[in-house]
Design a protein around this ligand. Sequence first.
Ligand SMILES: [Zn+2]
Length: 238
Amino acid sequence: MKLDILAFGAHPDDVELGCGATIAKEVALGKKIGIVDLTRGELGTRGSAELRDKEAEKAAEILGVSVRENLRFADGFFINDREHQLEVIQMIRKYQPEIVLCNAIDDRHIDHPKGSNLVSNACFLSGLLKIETEIDGVNQEKWRPKQVYHYIQWKNIEPDFVVDVTGYMDKKIDAVMAYGSQFYDPNSKEPETPITSKNFTDSVEYRANDLGRLIGVEFAEGFTSERYVAVENLSKLI
Ligand SMILES: [Zn+2]
């Protein structure tokens, strides 16, 4: 299945938190989108890997993505080496996306910049003819996405561009809240973590609100790009 956009996240919920509204908007525009989680988030303080699998499935349904896969790398300990790059390349070649979205370039959780580098490196390597991969016994064609953009996570990184997501925040928040075990729940008996605070849950909306304020719309999500962001003509800008 060929996709327009493939979004990678080190943990299930990274994509929803980082760019869930952008994905909901692109789906509404008719784009085919997939999500690939690198790990099952098995080191998360609350819940369990099995529960996160179910939550991720529900969130994918809410966002309307066509496919969601999990590479089952080791949460916290996966590294950016040949073996892991080849598995990411298999996904890129399988879905042939024009655009890849991936983790923040710098962040509090060490898996985020690690996942960011791993996916970005794999996007380049995937375009090299002499790297051979196969999936289900079939050789894969080389494929290099046209663009790789990094969403913004815990840290307030200055975006290179922002997407107007007004009208799609409800979907994003529903998708984020599908991870019921992970976020603010005043009745939970499980330990507190930085992401279980009410402030963190509220930040999903107020940060998008603030980025929107800066560009004159209600809500926006920000991204960074490793190369210059190019537009076809000036009227494409808002
Ligand atoms: Zn994460």
